[in-house]
Design a protein around this ligand. Sequence first.
Ligand SMILES: NC(=O)C1=CN([C@@H]2O[C@H](COP(=O)(O)OP(=O)(O)OC[C@H]3O[C@@H](n4cnc5c(N)ncnc54)[C@H](OP(=O)(O)O)[C@@H]3O)[C@@H](O)[C@H]2O)C=CC1
Ligand SMILES: O=C(O)CCC(=O)C(=O)O
Length: 423
Amino acid sequence: MTATADLLQVPAGPLHDARTQLRDATDLLGYEEGVFKMLATPRREVTVSIPLRRDDGTIDLFTGHRVQHNFSRGPAKGGLRYSPDVDLDEVRALAMWMTWKCALLDVPYGGAKGGVRIDPRNYSQAELERVTRRYTSEISPIIGPERDIPAPDIGTDERTMAWLMDTYSVQQGYTVLGVTTGKPLSLGGSLGRSTATSRGVVHVALAAMESRGITPASATAAVQGFGKVGRYAARFLAEAGTRVTAVSDQYGAIGDPAGLDIPALEDHVDATGSVVGFARSEPMDAEELLFLEVDLLVPAAVEGVLRADNADRVRARVIVEGANGPTTPEADAILQAADRLVVPDILANAGGVIVSYFEWVQAKEAYWWSVDEVESRLAQRMTSAWERVSEHALKLDVPLRTAATCLAVERVAQAHLQRGLYP
Ligand SMILES: NC(=O)C1=CN([C@@H]2O[C@H](COP(=O)(O)OP(=O)(O)OC[C@H]3O[C@@H](n4cnc5c(N)ncnc54)[C@H](OP(=O)(O)O)[C@@H]3O)[C@@H](O)[C@H]2O)C=CC1
Ligand SMILES: O=C(O)CCC(=O)C(=O)O
């Protein structure tokens, strides 16, 4: 029998953080021990070996995972990550957060996540295609439009999803658009998906700033990460009139107290592959970006960047989690004591899975929505989720993360109860 203590005694890292957050929620909800154990443990995990014949003829071997945390409310759903830092515990945590995100936003899915331990920057497109096809073949018995639907995450993109969809479809003998989301528009992708996570981040960032009396036009912001989430978050914040004074990527950080010219910066990144070296900016220390005196901080890169050892240095009044798991529970407590408002990942970055859901629905209907339709439904869902979570936080007198996790966990537990999976 699994002991609760064992589930909480995993090494420091995302899984420890996710289980600690779950434990806080199940305690507050007054759930019995068994409910915590059930929800702390993934329903299914697959680990695969992926051999790759490199372009130079040598052979490399990678490890990949797909973790399906929960199916109680529908098929599992969640991104696929290519990163040298991928490990099974990280994927387990990310899968659990997907379950809460889908439940909180009431999209009819459980949670999953996948990962391959590879640095995609070191491989050609042809090599990445072979890795994706082999990984897809290996996990194909457990994915599908009614089972588990991958989408892009760190290091993957719409091209990866096209290869995944094609590999799965070839095995089935017909085109299965609904097996993934975040696909290219020409292959059943949805208008608005590529920018959806960032749009959602900015919807809640503006609402959160308003709740603290900060207007977008008077605000300053720093964004960590300039990939699929950070880049468009910076763009939409700038379009809302906010001065984005610093951004970063894996290569470093840049800043300009007067506000970076985001369209020009995007051109620079397209041309060079990094924010570093942008002419109209000063280089800065990448970690220092987290501690700038700004109104809004958007961590949009990786987990665990705000921790016990640095959270007391954060000066941003509002932190909106574009990334999954950027704040550890210890950092949460420090930020709460310092009256920083933290909008949790499962709310803040849910725009991506919302529009993934719209993409899946469109594939089922074989009927495509306009970008206005997609974006107005996205805005409506994000705004009402923000209102529900902030009201619940006020009612319970708890931080937004606790309120959001309680709402989500309650929904998932209810689904289990109603299905009769536990008495
Ligand atoms: N894509 C989506 O729809 C969603 C993504 N998320 C989450 O958002 C986060 C970012 O994902 P996404 O934008 O898709 O991924 P991308 O791979 O597109 O971008 C990641 C960005 O983070 C940068 N980065 C990576 N490591 C570091 C680091 N240690 N310090 C600073 N920057 C770093 C990368 O730098 P470089 O450009 O140099 O590689 C890149 O700019 C992840 O936590 C992901 O799980 C959440 C919901 C949906
Ligand atoms: O779009 C999706 O299905 C999942 C996106 C994702 O991985 C996430 O929200 O963390």
